[in-house]
Ligand binder design. Structure first.
Ligand code: THU
Length: 159
């Protein structure tokens, strides 16, 4: 028997420690929560992607009475960014969530399906997506999806 350990490093920043462009991205994700359509969960999630040309694209979760037809904020945002600006690599993605009128103290982390879509975005553009997960107690920063999506299924598995 052999075993190996998978390591996840999360940097936790106070908002004022972030660079101006990362702070602006987090603010855009917070703003995007206001455009969430979440009448069922009442869990309002916003995301903001920064493209290589520095344009910021926002999205939010969009729910549906047929629950599985809804989509998370991360996927709404990445699919829109990739569909509208296919030639612009996604540099960074910020996520924020609020419920019962306040932002969460601890950040939420993308669901499994969204992690897989972030992975595809990284492969598509050949570079990691910097991920900023906003919580009022601190912003978790991940340098790419690798550390929270180990043992990945990607295009190499299809060969
Ligand atoms: N949701 C997101 O938009 N992003 C996440 O990272 C986690 C969950 C949404 C899906 C659903 O509309 C609501 O939050 C409750 O799960």
């Amino acid at each position: 028997m052999k075993e190996f350990t998978i390591h996840t490093q999360v940097k936790v920043y106070q908002e004022q420690e972030l660079s101006d462009e990362d702070r602006a991205l987090v603010e855009a994700a917070r703003e995007a929560t206001k455009r969430s359509y979440a009448p069922y969960s009442k869990f309002y999630v916003g995301a903001a992607a920064r493209l290589a040309n520095k344009q910021i694209i926002c999205g939010s979760n969009q729910e549906n009475a047929a629950y599985p037809s809804g989509t998370c904020a991360e996927r709404t945002t990445l699919f829109y960014a990739n569909a509208q600006y296919p030639d612009q690599p996604v540099e960074a993605l910020a996520v924020a969530a609020q419920t019962q009128g306040s932002f969460l103290a601890k950040p939420i982390s993308p669901c499994g399906a969204c992690r897989q879509v972030i992975l595809e975005t990284e492969h598509r553009y050949g570079k990691p997506v910097r991920i900023l997960l906003y919580g009022t107690e601190g912003v978790y920063v991940l340098e790419g999806i690798q550390s929270i999506l180990p043992l990945q299924f990607d295009q190499d598995c299809l060969l």
